[in-house]
Design a protein around this ligand. Structure first.
Ligand code: ADP
Ligand code: MG
Ligand code: ZN
Length: 478
């Protein structure tokens, strides 16, 4: 029997507003515990919430960028549950009438483009944070309410995802969009972009869906992928042995690489949802939507298409460069200064990205500016330095902050193109390797590369490889 996985993702994204969703407290991360609080977000009796307009702006940006229909009226609802990080005993969320519905995100997978439906996007407030500590005097739990009332949007996907790779690609695309919109920093490790994954298994070709489990606690893209791989094979195993999947919430345990059962799934009625009596319906008139539309930036998908068209880049290059807005900006600054678009792309995806990664830096912190990078590429074009030396020069620009010209001058790295000078080196290399010359003359053509390599080495990479090649061939007489 051919089984297939069915996956739907629920993403919680923290919005980058300065203040919380229903009070004026700061959302700043890393403040002293319980510093960013007031009677409203602490849930004191008698307080009233006031909706932060910017939160709605940001949610509308997201809804429009994901092709959603925006509800002219949406309703806040109380989701009741008891937990120590929730001071009011309920979370203000949206339930029956969310802000936006019926959108989609297109993703690119090996088999081509896939459209993943967005069921809904709604607004809600975040809960606080519990900190558990075990010390010499016993075990203590603390609660930090700085995060209560930080604005979230929940983005619920249709069960359109069929594999862990697709899930990961969907999450990346969604995060790229949120970052382009500047509404969320997309940081999974720090919890500002969180994902719960719903998974079930059915026979391929079947229309209905199997019983699902919800997996939580995955705080990186890699963990989502691994957790889904595990959960899919677990469920397949249960079904193949004739067992039944039970509806439940499971936790990903990264250290053991397994999901474990946490609790039976809550049903909606467990939360006793009802309309929030302290907030009026949220009315969005068409002019508000129009205003937001006017401020939308070019989105990653559109920018990728433009990069392919305008810079004749292969789709893979365009996808990688435009996935990160700052990286795409960096690229475009470079090609304004130096028009060999593919060479710039190779350098950014190669040396620049590798070095950033090894230093754990973002492109915004790259010490080599577009001016410096393209200044170096121009020296290669002019033949002043070889492509090989360029990598060295790049590292030195990185370390010193000097321009390529300055470094080349100081260190005497200018490429040697003088035939007489190169000829001397070639003569020495040939004199040192008589056995190889004999083999070469006897037909071992591969040795040409050996001689050229030796000459390059002897010149410390500075000889012009084209001229070296010519001279070596001429001297060897073949
Ligand atoms: P619940 O009420 O249990 O939260 P929802 O209908 O709100 O379920 O769906 C939550 C998420 O689970 C959505 O992303 C949805 O696409 C996904 N989902 C729903 N049913 C299934 C299923 N049988 N298998 C996999 N995913 C599912
Ligand atoms: Mg749900
Ligand atoms: Zn507050």
């Amino acid at each position: 029997m051919q089984l297939e996985a069915v996956i739907g993702l629920e993403v919680h994204a923290q919005l980058l507003t300065d203040s919380k969703i229903f009070c004026g407290c700061s959302t700043r991360f890393g403040a002293e515990p319980n510093h960013n609080t007031c009677p409203v977000c602490l849930g004191m009796p008698g307080v009233l919430p006031v909706l932060n307009k910017k939160v709605v702006d940001y949610a509308l940006r997201t809804a429009l960028a994901t092709n959603c229909q925006i509800a002219p009226y949406s309703i806040f609802a109380r989701k009741n549950y008891f937990y120590p990080d929730l001071p009011k005993g309920y979370q203000i969320s949206q339930y029956e009438k969310p802000l936006a519905e019926k959108g989609w995100v297109d993703i690119e997978v090996e088999e081509g483009e896939r459209r993943i439906g967005i069921t809904r996007i709604h607004l809600e407030e975040d809960a606080g944070k519990l900190i558990h500590e075990e010390g010499a005097r016993g075990a203590f739990s603390y609660v930090d309410f700085n995060r209560t009332g930080v604005p979230l949007i929940e983005i619920v996907s249709e069960p359109d995802i069929r594999s862990p790779e697709e899930a990961s690609e969907y999450l990346r695309s969604l995060r790229d969009i949120l970052r382009y919109l500047e509404v969320c920093d997309g940081n999974m490790e720090e919890g500002s972009f969180r994902c719960d994954a719903n998974v079930s298994i059915r026979q391929r070709g079947e229309k209905g869906m199997g019983v699902k489990a919800e997996v939580k606690n995955m705080n990186s893209f890699r963990f989502v992928q691994r957790a889904l791989e595990y959960e899919i094979s677990r469920q397949k195993g249960v079904l193949e042995e004739g067992g039944k999947i039970i509806q439940e919430t499971r936790l990903w345990e990264e250290s053991r690489g397994v999901t474990i059962s946490m609790r039976g799934k809550e049903e909606a009625h467990d939360y006793r949802y009802f309309p929030e009596p302290d907030l009026i319906p949220l009315k969005i008139d068409p002019s508000w939507i129009e205003r937001i539309k006017e401020t939308l930036p070019e989105l990653p998908g559109e920018r990728k298409e433009r990069f392919i068209r305008e810079y004749q880049l292969p789709p893979d290059d365009a996808g990688l460069l435009t996935g990160n807005k700052a990286l795409a900006d960096y690229y475009e600054k470079c090609v304004k200064l130096y028009n060999k678009t593919k060479i710039v792309s190779n350098w950014i995806m190669g040396e620049v990205s590798a070095k950033l990664k090894s230093k754990e830096l973002e492109i915004e912190q790259c010490p080599v500016t577009p001016e410096m990078l393209t200044g170096m590429l121009k020296l290669v074009d002019k033949g002043t330095i070889s492509g090989k030396i360029a990598k060295d020069v790049f590292n030195q620009i990185w370390e010193s902050g000097k321009s390529a010209e300055e470094i080349v001058e100081e260190k005497g790295l200018v490429q040697v193109s003088d035939a007489a000078e190169i000829e001397q080196i070639v003569d020495k290399v040939l004199a040192d390797n008589p056995a190889e010359i004999e083999q070469y003359r006897a037909g071992k053509d591969k040795l040409l590369g050996f001689f050229v390599g030796q000459v390059m080495k002897a010149s410390e990479g500075k000889a012009n490889p084209r001229i070296v090649n010519e001279i070596v061939r001429k001297k060897l007489g073949r």
